[in-house]
Write a protein that binds this ligand. Structure first.
Ligand code: OAD
Length: 245
């Protein structure tokens, strides 16, 4: 895939870049996506695993699943797509990543400004007193984790269905989107709201929207460019092309 010259032209005059990412950016790191043929939600029911009701009803099962995912996340590494986004910081005045992912791979790749709309699987907190707990403590035992201060249940610091997004991260994402010159939308089916409205906010405020995905999505008809292919292959090419201008 060659990067369209008009996109390079557009990037030449751009200062503020926002990259909105979903599970597809981490697929090449070996993190499963949610939808599509091998997606997590084709094998498991979100309402049984990813809601506060499910957690209260079936705490053991939900914790078993999250401990399993936490262990997977400990073994995966950022891929060429994450590194290319981090490298954009050397080219543009401001680069913000707004991610729906909880895997922490953008930070691990070196991106400085990351807004996590759905939380972070490396963090946990007590639902009674709010005390934070690192993963190391949680993964030490197979039992349901309880707070050492108030004995409350500890939960993963991720957003479940029906829950509010973290307000600070949301406000910062909207602000970044409103001032974006270019909005990259990478590896997301863009069907989960309110997160999926971020690219639209940028577009309405005048940003040039570039989608990178292995297949067309709900957002494709709104995008100024859709680059079909793997994020880990396309993003490094964009960065290389930008370095030459
Ligand atoms: P999805 O699984 O819905 O979508 C993943 C997208 O990535 C699809 O559009 C794929 O075509 C694309 N994709 C797969 N591999 C790719 C690659 N190598 N390069 C580029 N694109 C690729 O994941 P999300 O859109 O992130 O929410 O899902 C949004 C939310 O739904 C998640 O944050 C999660 C889930 O339920 C919560 O847990 C709250």
């Amino acid at each position: 895939m060659t990067i369209p010259p008009r996109l390079i032209e557009k990037l030449k005059s751009s200062e503020r870049i926002v990259v909105f990412t979903g599970a597809g950016i981490s697929a090449e790191s070996g993190v499963p996506t949610f939808r599509g043929t091998d997606g997590i939600w084709t094998k498991m029911k979100p309402e049984e695993l990813a809601s506060f009701d499910a957690f209260m009803r079936n705490t053991g099962l939900v914790w078993e699943w999250y401990k399993h995912r936490k262990k997977i996340m400990q073994t995966v590494q950022p891929n060429a797509g994450h590194y290319a986004i981090a490298a954009m910081e050397k080219i543009f005045k401001q680069v913000s990543v707004v991610t729906q992912n909880i895997d922490n791979l953008h930070r691990r790749a070196g991106t400085t400004t990351v807004f996590e709309l759905h939380g972070n699987i490396e963090r946990n907190y007590c639902i009674g007193c709010g005390k934070p707990y690192p993963n190391e403590k949680i993964l030490q035992s197979d039992s349901i984790p309880r707070c050492e201060s108030c004995k409350g249940l500890i939960r993963p610091d991720v957003v479940w269905f029906g829950e509010m997004l973290p307000q600070d991260e949301w406000n910062a994402s909207i602000h970044a989107a409103e001032f974006a010159d270019v909005m990259f939308v990478v590896g997301t089916s863009a069907v989960v709201y309110p997160a999926a409205s971020i690219p639209q906010v940028a577009k309405r405020a005048g940003a040039y929207m570039v989608e990178i995905n292995i297949e067309p999505t709900e957002l494709t008809r709104f995008a100024d460019e859709t680059l079909l292919g793997k994020a880990g292959e396309i993003l490094p090419k964009i960065v290389e092309a930008c370095k030459r201008i």
